[in-house]
Each structure stands twice: as C-alpha cells, then as structure tokens.
Ligand binder design. Sequence first.
Ligand code: NAP
Length: 469
Amino acid sequence: MKMYINGEWVDRAETTPVVNPFDKSVIDTVPRGTAADVELAIGSAVRGAKAMAKLTSYERYAILHRAAELMGQRAEELGRTITLEEGKVITEGRGEVQRAIQTITISSEEAKRLHGETVPLDAAPGNVNEFGFTIRVPVGVVAAISPFNFPLNLVCHKVGPALAAGNSVVLKPAGDTPLSALKLVEILLEAGLPQDAIQCVTGPGSEIGDALTGDPRVRKITFTGSMEVGDRICRNAGIKKVTMELGSNSPLIVMSDADIEKVAAATVSGSFSNAGQVCISTQRVFADRRIYADFLDALIAPTEAFTTGNPMDESMRMGPMIRESDAARVGQWIGEAVDQGARIVAGGDWEGTLHSPTIVADATADMRISREELFGPAVAVSAFEDIDEAINMANDSRFGLSAGIFTQNIDWAMRFAKEVESGNLHINSSPQWRADLMPYGGLKDSGMGKEGPAYAVQEMTELKMVVFH
Ligand code: NAP
C-alpha cells in the first residue's frame, strides 16, 4: 500500500515488506518514510487542524459514525488483514475489528459531549460582578504512535478521540503492522474527513520518531508501546501533552476459596490469547499454598488443549509471535528460570515464531520471567502464605497496568482494590479484560494518562477559562 501524507497517497523508492509472521510470506510493501515525509505530514496536519476546528460537533460525529459503518462493511477484510500482518488467530482478528468499530462509534458520540462548565467566581471573597465559564478547545495536531499487537483497535483508540475532539492526526503505525492503519485512513477519507486532517507515515520509528515527537507544531503525543521507547519519546517531546500506554507484567492472585477449574480456564485464556502479546496478559500468578498443587494440576489440561499453528485456520487458538527473536527470547527467559530452580509443568518448546503455551511453576521474584515484561505465551506461577504476602508479591514490580484476584471474600477483594498498585483492578477475572469505553491506563512504569474515548478526549483538548467583568 501507499502511505497517506499531505493530502495524497504516495509511494517512495525505498519500501519495507510487510511479512506474515506465520509463514514469512510477503503480504505487501509500504514506503520507507523519512524525516522529510514527517515534515510534509506535519505541515499538512497544521492545515488539517484548522479545517477540523471549523467543523461542528455534529459534523465530526457524522464523519466518525459513517466511518464505523464503513468498517462494518469491510469487517472481514480488516479481520483478515490483522491476522495476516500480526499473526493473531482469525477469530481474534475478527474480534478486534468489532471492538474497533465500537471504539470509533463511542468516539463519535463523544464528539457531541465536549463541554465546559460555569465557575462560581462570586464564591471568592470580593467578587461580585464576574461571570466565568470554561470552554474545551482542540489541541491542534496530535501525533499518534501505535504498537504492533492490536494494529487496528489501538489506532482507533487514538485517532477516534483525536478527531472527535476536533484535532488533526499524524499517525505512525508499527513497522510490522501498517496495513490495518492504512485501511482505516482509506475509510476515514471515504467517510468525509477533510483531506489534511489525517496523515499516516510509514517508516522505522527509530529513524523518523524524533522528527515527529520533537516538533513543536505537534501539541499532543499519544503513544502505546514499550517502556523504553516511551521513555525516549518523553525526553524528546519538550513541552507538550503526552499520554503513555506502556507495558506490564500483570499479576493474578488466586485465594484459597476460589473455584480452581474456573481460575485455570481464565488464566489460560488471559495468558495465551494473541500468543501472550497483550499489554495486560496474565504473566505472574500467585496461588495460596493450600491450593497451589491442585491449581497447577488444573492448568495442565487447558494449556495442552490450546491448539497452536496457522492463525488463518479456524480451529487454532494461538498463532505465532511477531518475530522469531521474540519466540527465542521467551524460550531463553524460561530456560533461565529453570536454571534458577523453576520447573515447566506444560509446554516449553518453540520453533521459528511459534512458542507453545507454557506454565512455569515455582517462579521467584528475581527471575526475568517475573521481573520484566515477557510479552509472550508463558505464565510464571508461585505460592503465597496469606493475603499480605500476595499483595506484596503483586506490588513487587515497576509496572502497574492491570491486576486480578479470584476470591469470594469481600474483605480480601477490597484490600486488593485499595492496596494493589495498578490502573485496572479485576475481581474474579484475569487481568486481561478491557471494555473499550472504560478509563484505561497504567501506574508506575506502565505509563500516564488514560485511554477510552470519554477520557482520551479530555487529554486531547485544552481547557480555557473565560471571565466576563
Ligand atoms: P515498541 O517497540 O515500543 O513500538 C511502538 C511504536 O513506537 C512503533 O510504532 C514503533 O515504530 C515506534 N517507535 C520506535 N522507536 C521510536 C522512536 N524513537 N520515536 C517514536 N516512535 C518510535 O512496541 P511494540 O513492540 O510495537 O509493542 C509492544 C509494547 O507495547 C509492549 O511493551 C506492550 O506492553 C505495549 N502495549 C501497551 C498497551 C497499553 O495500552 N498500555 C497496549 C498494547 C501494547 P517501529 O515499529 O517502526 O519501530
């Protein structure tokens, strides 16, 4: 496909192949954009921001609403594109499209809800004749940088609210998965978006990222990706608004009163969907010592039943990882854990980009599979003595994006909600759960700011205070 900048679809002499991670076939190519393309895109986006600011709330609503309808008409094509470029199984690819349609629909509704409020200035001593109110205005140009793992829905979580709020967007999709984003741009233009209001620059983030994030005409950066890249972007950004949706190694606590079979099923789906390449994948599981052995036994059957192979095959539950080096890294971290005293109770092998769903028991906090973000299909299980120890283990992480507990005890559930350091807290679910309308974002090194259209539009607008004297 071509990339879309400066109001037109353009090619470049140098291109990058988009590769199917399962069989390594080349699906398509995209231009290898440069810093000069970023410059063109930002110049056009400045004009796009002016065009967007002239649209009424209703017009912005109508464009996004129409885009959601068009996505529905192209749903099967979009689902297949996601699976081909990213590798998640086709049922998950189709599921992502349905979520993305919701994200754009909810964003369209938020276009109608942006408003300020009156401020009771006479509540300050001596103020008698002042009348004050706030208005929300678009920031202008939003830079949206997205990761590979949800190449459509996470792009919609940025582009939808940014357009709903009346901004223009310069989109930089992940190098591995640019096609879903480019198709979304086609749809937005067909839906009637002003031609300069969206830009999509394809090219390596390491080469073109600084030109985008450091430009003072960009007033807001919304980034989803790794902690390391997020850190670099924050340092390069200067004075502008930033939202950082970063990684995690999400904990799940299994108390002694939990239904073990139910928790085992939830652990497996919460750890292995999208081959574990989900920012809120269940990575660290802490089970009460009294049920620890039974829980490990219960994990084996559902893990071994998790079929792995060609993601286009409707019977598969898990596809490949994005790159061979990632499957090898997961294998290496598991090997290290075994050398340090852990044991594999299911799975453990890999070939090419396929890594089998794996349960590692007796993990300790110093192992890499516990400390770092694994972002792969393995889960590290360990035992605790009581709720105090479980909460301490959950909090022994520099991340804090999502956490879960299984219990029927309301006191334990409340302690979990109050004391676990995490942006999202799930009682009787694995941490891997998200409704696209809810506020979503991490604490600690998992980032700052919230997504979810109602919350993202706040972060993509400025609040102005107006006072009549
Ligand atoms: P990544 O390597 O950090 O890349 C993310 C994006 O940043 C890509 O578009 C990448 O471009 C771009 N980039 C790279 N270097 C850059 C630079 N110097 N300046 C600006 N942009 C730059 O992450 P990933 O491997 O795609 O995704 C996995 C990570 O995303 C995991 O850590 C995961 O937890 C996180 N994630 C978080 C959430 C959340 O909501 N919190 C959701 C999903 C994923 P290239 O692809 O061209 O390098």
